[in-house]
Design a protein around this ligand. Structure first.
Ligand SMILES: *[C@@H]1O[C@H](CO)[C@@H](O)[C@H](O)[C@H]1NC(C)=O
Ligand SMILES: CC(=O)N[C@H]1CO[C@H](CO)[C@@H](O)[C@@H]1O
Length: 374
């Protein structure tokens, strides 16, 4: 009898422990922003486990996290809106982004009072608006001191989130950050220990490796493999793991957009063909949705390159490098095979009738169900 009770207790404890270790869930995520042309109510949230709402701002005077007045209602309604179609989708508020001022983040992180202003205001904002997590997009720290201060910020942010959860009785907010595809940016190393201890996971921005303003030959801007160098998603993942971040804290990012180069010669239309900058007035960035329309309207030729894992298409003197369905599913399977926590896309509105989002979810799930069957 006593043995049976002991055995029962032991088994219960064992299954509890097992539940604990398996709480790290999959991340099938996407970023959304209000100016993207897609209303939050039109997001097919059933295709995602997590959605990032971008971007809250960092006030340069108070160092508090704020939301611009035009974004107040889209942001405060975001969680309840996307949870209508998928009640279990988790939402995170992203702070900063590629267009924010890196020097303001640097000043904020350099001083304990301003770090506290950032931390306390971010937590309050997340709770007031009903977000389940916070995501720091500081692009990018510019000095070794910035990196060290980022480490302090993450340590203090984690401690504050734990304290707030204790006081409120709510589950702690998730804490994540969007970081460079590799653990070194501008020649500086990220604070590995603080990232590992402080964050639930990091989003690797494995895209924008090249664009038509910086490369005078056509290129994939988000290749999975780089046979001749270190500029690729697979390189970045390996380097983060080698630096000491466990694979199950890495979320692999891919783009739902490409870049359009102007070919020098319409008949020379492969990878690394000479090009004369971007098509159009900007930097050549073009959404997957627009690429699909371009292909249809111009009967463009499409090519998948499995050596680097990337797609391109061309018609006349326009050449576009991008991620199509085969690239996305290959990347997702790669992330899964390496034991990563998941993937994210920048950004959901750039998808075309959700085909890439569906492809990603299926590629991730097809192996999940197979694994369960084992
Ligand atoms: C695919 O990319 C590799 C590496 O850049 C290149 O060597 C190869 O020629 C490409 N294949 C095709 C079919 O374009
Ligand atoms: C559909 C499928 O089974 N895809 C991949 C699952 O993962 C294994 C390796 O773990 C791959 O070999 C499969 O291609």
């Amino acid at each position: 009898m006593a043995t049976k009770t002991l055995l029962f207790l032991f088994l219960s404890l064992f299954s509890l422990l097992q539940q604990n270790v398996s709480t790290a869930q999959n991340v099938n995520a996407g970023y959304w922003f209000p100016d993207s042309g897609l209303a939050a109510s039109d997001i097919d949230s059933t295709l995602f486990t997590h959605l990032f709402c971008a971007f809250a701002d960092l006030d340069s005077q108070t160092y508090q996290v704020t939301v611009s007045s035009s974004n107040t209602s889209p942001f405060s309604l975001f969680t309840q809106t996307v949870q209508l179609k998928n009640p279990s989708v988790q939402t995170l508020l992203s702070i900063g982004g590629g267009n924010s001022d890196t020097t303001v983040f640097a000043s904020m992180a350099s001083d304990s009072t301003s770090r506290k202003a950032f931390i306390d205001s971010s937590i309050k904002l997340a709770r007031d608006y009903g977000f389940l997590g916070l995501d720091l997009d500081w692009e990018y720290p510019q000095s070794a001191l910035d990196m060290a201060n980022l480490g302090l910020l993450l340590n203090e942010w984690r401690a504050a989130v734990a304290t707030e959860a204790g006081n409120s009785g709510k589950p702690p907010l998730l804490l994540t950050a969007a970081v460079s595809y590799a653990p070194t940016v501008n020649g500086l190393n990220y604070p590995i220990q603080s990232i590992s201890n402080g964050l639930d996971w990091i989003n690797l921005m494995a895209y924008d490796f090249y664009d038509p303003t910086r490369s005078d030959v056509t290129r994939s801007h988000a290749a999975l493999y780089d046979p001749t160098g270190q500029v690729s998603g697979s390189y970045g993942i390996g380097a983060w793991i080698q630096a000491g971040i466990s694979a199950n804290k890495l979320v692999f990012g891919f783009p739902f957009y490409g870049y359009a180069w102007l070919l020098v010669n319409a008949n020379n239309h492969g990878l690394y063909a000479p090009a004369n900058g971007p098509v159009g007035s900007g930097n050549g960035a073009i959404t997957f949705q627009q690429i699909e329309a371009f292909i249809t309207n111009n009967k463009a030729t499409t090519v998948y390159n499995g050596t680097i894992v990337s797609d391109y298409c061309y018609a006349g003197t326009t050449w576009i490098g991008y991620d199509d369905t085969q690239t996305i599913s290959t990347k997702v399977l790669y992330a899964k095979q390496r034991g990563l926590l998941g993937y994210f896309a920048w950004h959901v509105a750039a998808d075309n009738n959700w085909v890439l989002s569906q492809q990603a979810q299926q590629a991730w799930g097809s192996n999940a169900s197979r694994d369960q069957g084992k």
